[in-house]
Design a protein around this ligand. Structure first.
Ligand code: XMP
Length: 509
């Protein structure tokens, strides 16, 4: 595997994804954490950073010690740090470089640049530049603005040290992935052998070894992660996996029944729990979004705990935690490591005092999908849009009543069905409807109406962190508007949300 040391760059996760896409396993760890050396580590990548290497509190690592064990590639800050610790100079550059640049290299024999065009577009983002390279380093590429865009040394440590000033991991570096591949394959000698099939095989035997003949309980949500995790555990231990699927009354129309059916079809040992009234009762009159979230999180834990208490001798808790949930992040206010906690199932582990089985803990979302496909999980799960844990509660602005839930479920079903029928569902990242707390006047037949407004939301995105509103055809929106107003009693007005994130968010609450 490859170890990526994170110095706090916004691009660190992209390095990891890029390497995973090359079918090589990698892990990210904060630069401040000591490396646990093991034979499986075949190379190290030093990430970029918001720091300047000249900042007094700039994080430093022992690159020589690393290079004595495996090849090391420094990216941006990583490269500057490499230059600086071996005696070079880094300074604020006269030519700040942000954006596209043309990388030029002349050495067809240089392994880092095998199959790379002699002039190749790369992406730069740095204020500092290497003004003097230590003698032991050889420059191997330049751009118009900077003489040292890439360099290497074979003499400073047992294994080669390489630095690149540009961000090979972003798609705007057109041949960046090939450069990373060259580092992995030609410099570290790694085989590109991560495959979903191998992952499944290895994971299933690991779960068998961990769990033995003990029992595992797990909450399912209908989403990709918990479904794929459950199926992997199920493959390992069969009927000793007990699943719980809670109907909080805030799911999409018919979702509970359909999904429960699909789970049973997969052969999972699953209990559907109808807790609608409990949720509606406690949410009654609550308007504040964060209050709603708290209540829903708390009730979910209560219901789940009660269900697991009824099952005897449960030793483990299964969870669909994925890698972005557990990567320790480097804080830019000082290189202290903080851990993002997994919020999907609101603090279950601490409370329940059980061992954890988390088969997807080291996978990115797209890898979860690939694994899901490998083990035959249906597209109903794999191609599904994200749906928030608190469900329709945060899509009904203001207080929640069962009548409003039904109204929104109907409108949402029309919206989603239309997206699917028109082939637009897979072109948007997430879609939903929001019931607004305003009533307005309308006219239907000869009757004056005074009813609710529904807002349609559809966004394009890659990770939900930023998003744009989906530019859907007017004719399509017109049809949906008509369908909703004709079919859903209580709604006489439909609007389309054309806000991007930022400054808006995807959900309205
Ligand atoms: P926002 O509204 O913050 O949403 O732009 C980004 C993504 O997160 C989802 N979301 C949630 N998911 N519990 C969840 O499990 C929540 O409380 C929650 N709030 C927002 C949202 O659906 C979108 O995919």
């Amino acid at each position: 595997k490859i170890l990526i040391l994170d110095f706090g760059s916004q691009y660190t996760q992209l390095i990891a994804r890029c390497i995973r896409e090359l079918n090589v396993y990698c892990e990210i760890q904060p630069c401040t954490k000591p490396i646990q050396w093991e034979d499986s580590i075949k190379g190290i990548i030093l990430s970029g950073s918001p720091f300047s290497v000249n900042d007094p509190q700039a994080p430093v690592v022992d690159i020589k010690a690393m290079g004595d064990r495996v090849p090391v590639l420094g990216v941006c800050y990583g490269a500057q740090l490499m230059a600086k610790v071996f005696g070079g100079d880094v300074a604020k550059s006269a030519h700040r470089e942000y954006g596209r640049a043309s990388l030029e290299h002349n050495d067809k024999e240089e392994p880092l640049f095998y199959d790379i065009s002699l002039t190749s577009q790369v992406w730069m983002s740095h204020a500092d530049t290497i003004t003097r390279l230590p003698e032991a380093f050889l420059p191997i590429a330049h751009t118009e603005n900077i003489p040292v865009a890439a360099f290497k040394s074979h003499t400073l440590s047992k294994h080669p040290l390489l630095g690149i000033q540009f961000h090979a991991e972003v798609t705007h570096s057109l041949e960046g992935k090939q450069i990373l591949r060259n580092f992995l394959v030609h410099i570290c000698g790694i085989h590109q052998e991560w495959t979903p099939a191998a992952f499944v095989q290895e994971t299933v035997s690991r779960i068998k070894a961990q769990v033995g003949d003990k029992k595992v309980v797990m909450a399912l949500s209908g989403g990709v992660d918990s479904t794929v995790a459950a199926e992997l555990i199920h493959k390992a231990i069969g009927g000793n996996l007990y699943c719980v699927f809670v109907d909080n009354g805030l799911l999409r129309k018919n979702e509970f029944e359909t999904v429960l059916d699909s789970y049973k079809h997969m052969g999972l040992n699953v209990k559907g729990v109808n807790a609608k009234d409990l949720f509606y009762g406690q949410l009654s009159g609550v308007k504040d979004p964060e209050e709603k979230r708290k209540i829903i999180g708390r009730l979910f834990i209560e219901v789940f705990q009660q269900e697991s208490a009824e099952l005897k001798d449960i030793a483990f808790l299964g969870q669909g935690t994925i890698y972005p949930d557990v990567i320790e992040s480097v804080s830019v206010n000082g290189p202290s490591a903080t851990i993002k906690s997994h919020h999907n199932v609101g603090g279950l582990p601490e409370k329940m005092k059980m061992g954890l089985v988390e088969p997807l803990r080291f996978l990115f979302k797209d890898e979860v999908r690939r694994v899901g496909k490998e083990i035959g999980i249906s597209d109903i799960f794999l191609a599904r849009h994200p749906f928030p844990g608190p469900g329709l509660a945060i899509r009904i602005l203001g207080d929640i009543t069962p009548e409003k839930v039904t109204m929104l479920q109907e409108a949402d079903a029309v919206w989603i069905d239309n997206l699917k029928e028109s082939g637009l569902y897979n072109q948007v990242w997430q879609a939903g409807t929001i019931l607004l707390p305003v009533q307005s006047v309308g006219v239907m037949g000869d009757e004056r109406t005074y009813e609710f407004t529904v807002a349609l939301r559809a966004v394009t995105s890659t990770d939900g962190m930023t998003a744009d509103w989906a530019h859907l055809p007017y004719e399509f929106l017109a049809k949906v508007s008509n369908d909703i107003i004709n079919k859903v009693k209580g709604i006489n007005r439909v609007v389309y949300d054309i806000s991007s994130k930022p400054p808006a968010t995807i959900e309205w609450e």
